[in-house]
Design a protein around this ligand. Structure first.
Ligand code: AMP
Ligand code: ZN
Length: 491
């Protein structure tokens, strides 16, 4: 198997990837909190991990990809459960809210042509596992109960283990950055965090536990579900870099506290999607929903963009860099995407009978670069740059600047195979130019044109009917008049 290098946020360096079990990979990615529509920032993160999952599979690994659904415990800064907040807003049961936005999330992921994870556990379906983990942490001396809530004891943990390694924060910073003001009185130390919370009477989602009727902490759910499906130690843990602290830092502490080992060997973090230079965020209105982007119904864009154009736009930045969504950037991506799709069609039509060719070596180098760049921390922008160098060759072969006899049949076939694999299987793009959507329009337009032609023939308006026939001929569309109807086909 080809060597793979990944940037590990935990060690802050690029490392050669080596799985725990040869040929197998366990990968956990923090999933969405399903209390509102998924936004484009979320899409960027899940799209990046989809590309990573696709490439790991392509390399030949058997990957178990677990991505959870957070449907309890993720609190707002004011300490309100996001699900309850969504339930009040939409006047629904919290589980109706979770269902509604989970369905919406899946639909959106499908529109962006991403694969489903292999397991998609919900936090509310794993309360028993979470209670067991809280108990383990208490038994190991790293958590304490206070008025029915259970807190992770960062001070006793730090006597034996490191805390703050992933985010690079030191204890003083942890103390000042803790936002959990509500429970400050119950905690022994400001940097302690809740792993089980006692619910107030009016709290909507709560379960029985040894400590109180309450609900689990958000960080705990990922520790419990990743351990259940991938084991105490697995290969890759991912999420957006805004989750490094406190969510991922606390996940590590909980796993070490419960199982005595760090959960993941490699931590991969995606960077944020910005819009017009600022972080995309709902609270200050700097946001656009995927649907607004598709329809163009937003002051931020001048027109609607196809989901594959949006995907192509996002893939042009490395997953660990920020990317700024602008109308100009989308227009440029649309041009680039169309150019790529058109030249793939041209490539399919090219044939060579040569056994050797002077172009072979250059093409082979570019094809090898596709693999090298993808294996170098999934460098999609460099892969796209390589693809455009190949596009230049394809257009040269089509336009006659390069000669088909200068490329061997085997090299041309290899080029077709590899470009296809990288564009469709690994980057996960679809050819929307020849999609069902377009053929649907084509069918509708042809039926309209043939109706007009039929009417003009009935009225003996031969000028119009001849004009239609000749124009279609020029477009290489063949029409055939049958007994009852006229059919058409592409020449
Ligand atoms: P949430 O639904 O808030 O739990 O977030 C789901 C995932 O989307 C997490 O991995 C976040 O880090 C990620 N995410 C949130 N906002 C953005 C953004 N603007 N750009 C990229 N990823 C984001
Ligand atoms: Zn998580």
């Amino acid at each position: 198997m080809r060597d793979l290098f990944v940037y590990n946020s935990l060690t802050r360096q690029k490392e050669k990837f080596s799985p725990i079990n040869d040929g197998f990979i366990g990968m956990y990615v923090c999933g969405p909190t399903v209390y509102s529509d998924v936004h484009l920032g979320n899409v960027r993160t899940f799209m990046s991990f989809d590309m990573i999952y696709r490439y790991l599979n392509y390399l030949g690994y058997k990957v178990r990809y677990v991505r959870n659904i957070t449907d309890v415990g993720h609190l707002t800064d004011d300490g309100e459960d996001r699900m309850s907040k969504g339930a009040k807003k939409d006047q629904l049961e919290p589980m109706e809210v979770a269902h509604k936005y989970t369905v919406g999330f899946h639909d959106m992921m499908r529109i962006f042509n991403t694969h489903s994870p292999d397991i998609e556990p919900r936090a509310t379906g794993h309360i028993i596992e979470q209670i067991e983990m809280v108990q383990q942490i208490i038994d190991n001396g790293y958590a304490y109960e206070q008025n029915g809530s259970v807190y992770f004891d960062t001070i006793s943990f730090m006597k034996e283990h490191k805390y703050g390694e992933l985010s690079g924060r030191v204890v003083d910073e942890l103390l000042t950055e803790t936002r959990d003001l509500k429970n400050q009185n119950e905690k022994r130390h400001p940097s302690d965090f809740a792993i089980w919370m006692k619910a107030s009477d009016d709290h909507l989602m709560k379960w029985n536990s040894p400590w109180s009727i309450g609900f689990p902490g958000w960080h705990l759910e990922c520790s419990a579900m990743s351990t259940k499906y991938l084991g105490k130690s697995f290969d890759i843990h991912g999420g957006g870099n805004d989750l490094k602290f406190p969510h991922h830092e606390n996940e590590i502490a909980q796993n070490v506290g419960a199982c005595k080992c760090s959960p993941a060997n490699y931590w991969l973090h995606t960077n944020m999607l910005l819009m017009n230079g600022k972080k995309m965020s709902k609270s200050d209105g700097n946001t656009i929903t995927p649907t607004e982007l598709f329809t163009g119904d937003s002051p931020h864009v001048t027109k609607g963009y196809d989901p594959m154009v949006v995907k192509f736009f996002m893939l042009q930045a490395h997953y660990s860099s920020t990317i700024d969504l602008t109308n100009d950037g989308l227009l440029a991506a649309e041009k680039g995407y169309k150019k790529l799709m058109e030249s793939i069609k041209v490539l399919e039509s090219l044939e060579s009978n040569s056994e050797t060719g002077s172009l072979d070596e250059q093409v082979e180098v570019l094809l090898e670069s596709l693999h090298q760049n993808m294996s170098d921390d999934f460098n999609a922008p460099k892969v796209i740059a390589n693809l455009f160098e190949l596009v230049a060759k394809i257009n040269g072969l089509k336009g006659g600047q390069l000669k088909l006899e200068d490329i061997s049949k085997s090299c041309l076939d290899k080029m077709k195979k590899h470009i296809h694999e990288f564009v469709f299987d690994i980057l996960g793009l679809k050819d929307e130019l020849s999609s069902d959507n377009n053929s649907h329009y084509m069918e509708g337009l042809m039926s309209l044109i043939l109706d007009i032609r039929q009417n003009s023939r009935e009225k003996k308006d031969w000028d119009t009917s001849d004009k239609i026939r000749d124009t279609l001929n020029e477009l290489e569309i063949k029409i055939k008049d049958g007994k009852d109807e006229t059919s058409w086909s592409l020449n």
